[in-house]
Design a protein around this ligand. Structure first.
Ligand code: SAM
Length: 206
């Protein structure tokens, strides 16, 4: 099975403490944006995508950043309900932060670790990484055709998305910057487009 991995960056997202469930958009540092991205990354209409992993990067403090990984292969009990997912994230950020690179399990398919995007990209270095940015060249090949589908990719691919703030410069090997069109979309919609392209076997411009 080939994997799609999504690193979602929450520049202001709370990484520690008591998550304000009634104030996800503001007090929790746009945690609502991350939760929508998580749902788009892992959920289909009635189930979970086993071939998808989402890592939320909570960079907003207090203290060092925390990463929460949701792995569709083993995930159980995730419902398309923003508040219940926020409750799960709230439990994670109330527990002590594990060291960078140590993925401490929380429940089936959910684990957390210290570290930032740099740590994630090191862990994912075996596969190509795409920084999603509307101003870059397109993610698909110019001659890619929806009617005549290419073969479904054998490649694992990593995608990096930001929240409402720009990603800034990222220097790491094996990274390309690609667009899904000139129009900036909400992050969760961008993830939906990525799934569509990969589900349809559209040839990527990596
Ligand atoms: C709400 S957008 C962020 C827009 C923000 N103004 C910026 O400058 O980064 C959230 C994320 O979705 C992804 N995204 C949105 N529209 C896109 C597009 N047309 N092509 C590629 N990525 C896109 C990008 O990764 C972006 O960081």
């Amino acid at each position: 099975m080939t994997l799609r991995r999504f690193a979602v960056i929450g520049h202001r997202a709370m990484s520690k403490g008591k998550l304000p469930l009634n104030d996800l958009a503001s007090g929790a540092g746009r945690m609502d944006v991350l939760i929508r991205a998580l749902m788009a990354g892992l959920m289909t209409s009635h189930g979970l995508r086993k071939d998808s992993i989402v890592v939320l990067h909570l960079l907003g403090g207090p203290g060092p950043p925390r990463r929460i990984k949701f792995d569709g292969e083993s995930l159980k009990g995730l419902h398309a309900d923003e508040r219940s997912i926020a409750g799960t994230i709230g439990k994670v950020i109330a527990t002590p932060l594990p060291p960078i690179g140590h993925w401490q399990p929380i429940t089936a398919g959910i684990s957390h670790s210290g570290g930032n995007l740099e740590a994630t990209l090191k862990e994912w270095k075996e596969a190509p990484t795409v920084l999603l940015d509307a101003t870059a060249p397109r993610l698909w090949k110019a001659e890619a055709n929806l009617q005549e589908r290419g073969s479904i990719s054998e490649l694992d691919v990593n995608f990096v998305l930001s929240d409402d703030q720009p990603l800034g410069e990222i220097t790491s090997e094996g990274i390309v910057i690609r667009s899904l069109g000139d129009q900036w979309l909400q992050g969760h919609m961008a993830i939906g487009v990525v799934h569509f392209l990969l589900d349809e076997g559209v040839e990527l411009n990596l």
